[in-house]
Design a protein around this ligand. Sequence first.
Ligand SMILES: Nc1ncnc2c1ncn2[C@@H]1O[C@H](COP(=O)(O)OP(=O)(O)O)[C@@H](O)[C@H]1O
Ligand SMILES: [Mg+2]
Length: 277
Amino acid sequence: MSSMYIERLSTGVKGFDKLIAGGIPRGFLVAVVGEPGTGKSIFCIHFARRGLLEGDKVIYVTTEESRESIMRQASMFGFDFEKAVKEGKMIIIDALLRDKRDQWNMVELTIDELIGKIIEAKKALGYGRTRLVIDSMSAFWLDKPAMARKYSYMVKRILSKWDMTILATSQYAITTSYGFGFGIEHVADGIIRFKKVIRNWELRRYVIVEKMRQTPHSLRVHEIEIVDGIGMRVKGPVEATRDEVTLPSKVVESVKKGIERKMIEEELMEGLLSEGM
Ligand SMILES: Nc1ncnc2c1ncn2[C@@H]1O[C@H](COP(=O)(O)OP(=O)(O)O)[C@@H](O)[C@H]1O
Ligand SMILES: [Mg+2]
């Protein structure tokens, strides 16, 4: 029933919460998917920063960028992650540098080490609502894509007991490779997909909520922008008439092939006509 109260966590991205009825339900594992450079990490940075503002504990696992890189990116939007880390409100687990000397670095990059480190971080941060970012999750099954689903399930099952609301990124689109990213999308309570398109010689970015359990979410593709000094914000829904970003690449390909065939047929026809003249 709609009378049942669902606690929702704001994402901290201007204009985004209203697409998902106010925020992400507490305890959810949400997959943030999309190709490189679409805005996944920046979305996660906003989610983490919003948590700090609301007094949540924040754990941020980074596999493709160093801890310093995440802190520098955050500071470009005026978010002071360094201070939050120093004050013991946030732990950034660095899985890139693999330096054993730091307690919050990962060395093996296995799923067991990941879960172990996250629980260790949670204990260090103490009780309370916690936001967890795993950026990216696909790094943990790069050499064994068949494990994606099992690992995602493990993460969800074990960490749900620790009062965590989780964002897990995956940088492979289903269309690029069926092996990657596929597992997490089945297990996840929600899927937020980022896209980039070049239109009129300009890079544009979009977001679509593909799934959000227990939520009457928007079904529209929305354009987003990332602004220096400010961060990510939702500009608005894409007009239906130029809504080509939702077309699967297969459809686009077959349309292109159809046009090619038509051109060849026309050329042949012209040739036949001129011969007959
Ligand atoms: N300070 C900034 N001002 C404007 N755009 C930025 C800024 N920092 C990063 N960006 C944009 O964000 C992109 C990176 O987004 P990111 O979230 O890291 O992508 P990914 O999906 O790979 O995680 C950059 O390629 C750039 O276009
Ligand atoms: Mg990233």
